[in-house]
Design a protein around this ligand. Sequence first.
Ligand code: ZN
Length: 303
Amino acid sequence: MKRKGLYSLLAILVAAIFLITGCSSGVSRPAPQERGKIKIYTTIYPLYDFAAKIAGDRAAVEKVVPAGVEVHDFEPSPKLVAGIYEADVFVYLGGSIDPWAEKLAEQLLKEGVTVVKAGEGLFQEEFHGDEDPHVWLDPVVAKTMAERIAGAIAAKDGENAAYYRKNLEELKKRLDDLDEKYRNSLLPAKKRDFVVNHAAFGYLARRYNLNQIAISGLSPQQEPSPKKLAELSKLCKEKDIRYIMVEAASSSKLADVLARETGTKVLVLHPLENLTEEDMKAGKDYFSIMLENLENLKRALNE
Ligand SMILES: [Zn+2]
């Protein structure tokens, strides 16, 4: 009997609390973030990785471009686009790497989705008159991108804002550490020139006082002319360049041809635009790949 009385007292208390809070808020529908985690959709890999590190376990992050797909040629299917409308926050870079996202972003804005153009104002026309989108490969510029992503997530999900800001601070510290490692390793390197098959490393080169010599253009699909190949071959001999750097071990027949012609070897320099399924499963991320890149750059610049 006594216990039953206690239960009914509890029930009354719970009902009273419910009534009080219900009245004071004046809103009967819970805010989206109270119904579950907010959803963040991102385009290219670095944006996904930064958003996931900021979101931690408090928000869900999706990558629109599937693993292993060549980012420069990607177009989302209508089904995929329809899915993005579920987003609370949509993060894209802007520029020539995710051009399909620009129009979509306008539509999403009208639907109340928070949109982040992470590369806004960060691009510089510096490769053959084209706007170079590969800004994330400069760890210092990457910090600005991370700040923009975190700002949008925190504004959308105010309840967890302090948590997101704490994760941002950790991410920025890791980017600072990475920048320091790059500076310490690359500034004293013997050579300043490195040859790549895809002109993705212009910002990285500028940050560390290096010179990127690209076989093809801003997109890895742009093929060089025989004249350009002959020039590069001559250049490698003149500058004593011993390595051609490619996106992945299997990525470029052209680099293999040039390597054979010039007596150079092939090394990987990953542009981080996308990861393969295998890389994702192996737990690789922006930082582990940037460190692998650094090891290979050190080799190319010192041997
Ligand atoms: Zn690229």
